[in-house]
Write a protein that binds this ligand. Structure first.
Ligand code: TPP
Ligand code: MG
Length: 740
């Protein structure tokens, strides 16, 4: 472990002491650094002025952090290395090649704002041409994504064929680039080191020896909360120092020469393949947290003045003068040019066209590949049902379970597409692969064995176990997919998806929309869901799909049988959008809904329901494990009361097949929506509301719902039966509706 620690107080005079030794930086580079740092400060000042004039709507500054930005950019390479900055990284982005004009377009929310087209607050950097990846406002979510980004670079270096563009699926629309010795830079504030995802990311970067530079910009405050409240002992360097494989730096981040030297050492460590680096920089925050904050409410004058004495912009100016690199005239000249440029840029940005309201739906989903289209529709190619001499059917034509066909589909797609990776908890056959190689063990392949045999078939760099950390799984997958990989990850139980919720709600589904289509992350997330387990309970039986159908940008699929699972999973993997693929545990090995293998190209388009049985008297709309229960109830109703039920299996919940619902309800004039999740605010509420709204004149009876009770699912089977909708409940509700 390499460590260079510099006490920031001792470092106060370091610039002066370092006379003539600029750590490899030329005088011209220092002059350029000053121009960028001064520009960065002046863009902040201009935005503050515009905010006061109500011409821009938000401002957060990079003031006090400028030296770090230029130093990092000097040590790294735009459009070669990858950057996951945070909002204080204005100077970094300028030094990488973004322009003040582009930033001011962001401030006014112009249509041509390259970071988001007016969708995000300013200072949420994204510059595709520079490999600066879209970021959000959620503190810390970028860190695990940066890990996935670094993993993708390494994967492509080991699998160069995987970078090829292939027509007909998501790969057609992804330009993949990588460099064998690329670095991923990720930055964050001192307060953000309190987020759990920060620690998950350090753990993975360390364990996998990834070329990631973590840059913690420590201005000692997170809004009003000081560092000693966030960080035990008040110093993050001390806490992280035990992570193996890291190179550590703790520096005065207001000194660009010191910072440059630190980043050079960090970059050398990463490019040399030794592992990640951690640069902890002590900086200042002279402009309060944002324009919505007044730090005088919680910081006394003396403290603020001490900070001001370390301001990196005047310090570098003094340094240039003292070293004779620039005289006063030279400084004035630069400052005048910058002021004039920013004034002109601001005027141009204020005159730039704003986005049009009708564009709001653009890029919620891929504009290139529509998974509801007929290009995702193909017929099953079942093997001929030859019968062997003993009267048994051939293996290929024997009906397979949903678990079998999901496994086969994963296998097919991994064979077809080298960008497909599988990871999650317990998904590998055996992490200690020598046990399998020596035939000491058979291997596990998932707690439900859905990924069984895939690590053995495709290798440990394509199928591997993650740490027990769900945000880690989704955050890393998001970073990988942003680079063009196709992670097909597993969340072991729906009940444990919540640690990943920030990534699933605020990141993955919204990357395309918030970056105005500059970036996308079409990850597939397979999740075992649902109850009817006779022995599951609160933490192994939950549904909750409506939370995700309520998230724009995420496709949500919920098959009820083996054939649909195979066809929909293939569509999920080949399409260009993030997909939550919900697999009902009870259906994995049911006799209901088995199917022979439909061949390696069978696909079912999203948003197309299946009429399980046609009928004329009432419509039942359902999905998942309620499908076989509703079918049983409908058949009984037909037998005993001659009521003809049209049973619709939605299969896909977002998008959903409104046309199939409308056509059926117009025919039967009665609708029942049945779902396994608890009743109130559940998925059926939306369908019921739409039917009431748009099909009112076609209804002969109220729209009904059957669902679980508004409780969690209990362990004792008597309770579970009472909680979850049973065939008998469905029968009763259908009968009442038919009789209304
Ligand atoms: C997950 C999350 N929680 C809270 C916030 C609100 N918030 C925005 S910035 C911030 C403080 C961040 O402090 P620090 O990480 O030290 O960065 P600094 O702003 O000081 O550079 C907070 C609490 C947020 N954006 N995201
Ligand atoms: Mg801070």
């Amino acid at each position: 472990m390499a460590t260079t620690k510099v006490d920031p107080k001792l470092n106060e005079l370091s610039i002066a002491k370092k006379a003539k030794n600029y750590q490899g930086l030329t005088s011209q580079q220092l002059i350029d650094a000053y121009r960028i740092m001064f520009s960065s400060r002046r863009v902040d000042d201009r935005e503050i002025l515009l905010k006061r004039q109500q011409k821009v709507f938000f401002q957060i500054s990079g003031a006090g952090h400028e030296a770090m930005g230029v130093a990092a950019a000097l040590a790294l390479k735009p459009a070669y290395d990858w950057f996951y900055p945070y909002y204080r990284d204005r100077a970094l982005c300028l030094a990488l090649g973004a322009t003040p004009y582009e930033m001011l377009l962001g401030a006014v929310g112009a249509a041509d704002d390259p970071s988001s087209g007016g969708r995000q607050m300013p200072s949420h950097w994204a510059y595709k041409r520079l490999n600066v990846v879209t970021q959000s406002s959620a503190t810390g979510t970028q860190i695990l994504q940066a890990i996935g980004c670094a993993e993708a670079g390494r994967y492509f270096a080991r699998h160069p064929h995987a970078t090829q563009k292939v027509e007909g699926d998501y790969r057609q629309f992804k330009d993949v680039q990588f460099q064998g010795d690329e670095i991923t830079y990720v930055s964050l504030g001192d307060g953000t080191t309190s987020e759990g995802e920060f620690w998950e990311a350090l753990n993975s970067a360390s364990n996998l020896r990834l070329p990631v530079i973590f840059c913690v910009q420590d201005n000692e405050y997170a809004i009003s909360v000081p560092v000693e409240v966030q960080t035990s002992g008040g110093n993050i360097s001390r806490l992280v120092s035990g992570f193996p494989n890291f190179h550590f730096e703790e520096i005065d981040g207001t000194d660009p020469v010191v910072a440059y030297a630190a980043f050079r050492r960090a970059a050398d460590h990463c490019r040399g393949g030794h592992g990640p680096a951690f640069v902890h920089a002590h900086v200042i925050r002279p402009y309060s947290h944002s324009l919505s904050d007044d730090e005088r409410l919680y910081r006394p004058d003396a403290e603020r003045q001490a900070d001001a004495a370390r301001d990196p912009v005047p310090r570098l100016q003094m340094f240039l003068l003292r070293e004779g690199i620039l005289d006063e005239k030279g400084i004035n000249q630069i400052e005048k040019e910058v002021e004039e440029q920013i004034q002109a840029d601001a005027d141009r940005a204020l005159a730039a066209p704003v986005p049009q309201p009708e564009t709001i739906y653009n890029f919620v989903y891929s504009p290139d590949l529509d998974p509801t289209s007929s290009s995702f529709e193909s017929q099953p190619a079942f093997a001929a049902p030859e019968t062997a001499a003993d009267g048994k059917r051939s293996a290929a034509s024997t009906p397979k379970t949903m678990a079998d066909l999901i496994n086969t589909t994963l296998r097919d797609e991994m064979r077809r597409d080298e960008r497909v990776l599988i990871f999650g908890e317990d998904v590998a056959d055996c992490s200690r692969e020598e046990y399998v190689k020596q035939k000491l063990v058979k291997g596990k392949g998932g707690v439900f064995k859905l990924t069984s045999g895939l690590q053995i078939a495709f290798g440990s760099d394509r199928v591997f176990n993650s740490p027990l950390a769900e945000a880690n799984i989704i955050g890393r997958a998001t970073g990988m997919a942003t680079r063009g990989l196709k992670p097909v990850v597993e969340i072991q139980f729906f009940d444990y998806i919540w640690p990943a919720m920030m990534q699933l709600r605020d990141e993955l589904p919204i990357i395309r929309w918030r970056s105005n289509n500059a970036f996308s992350a079409p990850v597939v997330i397979r999740v075992a869901i649902g109850g009817y387990l006779t022995g599951g309970a609160i933490y192994h039986s939950q549904c909750g799909e409506s939370i995700f159908t309520h998230t724009p940008g995420l496709r949500v699929v919920f098959p009820s049988n083996a054939l649909d699972a195979a066809g929909l999973l293939r569509t999920a993997i080949r399409c260009d959008d993030p997909v939550l693929f919900l697999e009902h545990k009870r259906l994995y090995r049911e006799t209901y809904g088995r199917s022979p293998y439909p061949g390696p190209d069978y696909m079912v388009p999203f948003g197309k329901a299946k009429v399980v049985q046609p009928g004329t008297d009432l419509t039942v709309i359902t999905y998942g494990a309620v499908v076989p229960r509703a079918l049983q109830a409908a058949q009984k109703l037909e037998r005993e009361h001659h009521v003809s039920v049209e049973l619709i299996d939605l299969r896909c919940l977002n998008p959903f097949d409104w046309e199939a619902i409308a056509a059926s309800v117009k025919k039967t004039n009665r609708a029942l929506i049945a779902y396994e999740d608890s009743l109130s605010w559940g998925y059926g509420a939306e369908i019921a509301a739409r039917i009431a709204d748009q099909l009112f004149h076609h209804l002969d009876a109220p729209v009904k719902r059957v669902a679980a009770t508004d409780t969690f699912v209990a362990y004792q089977p008597i309770l579970e039966n009472a909680i979850l909708p049973q065939a008998s409940d469905l029968f009763r509700a259908m009968k009442e509706l038919a009789e209304f």
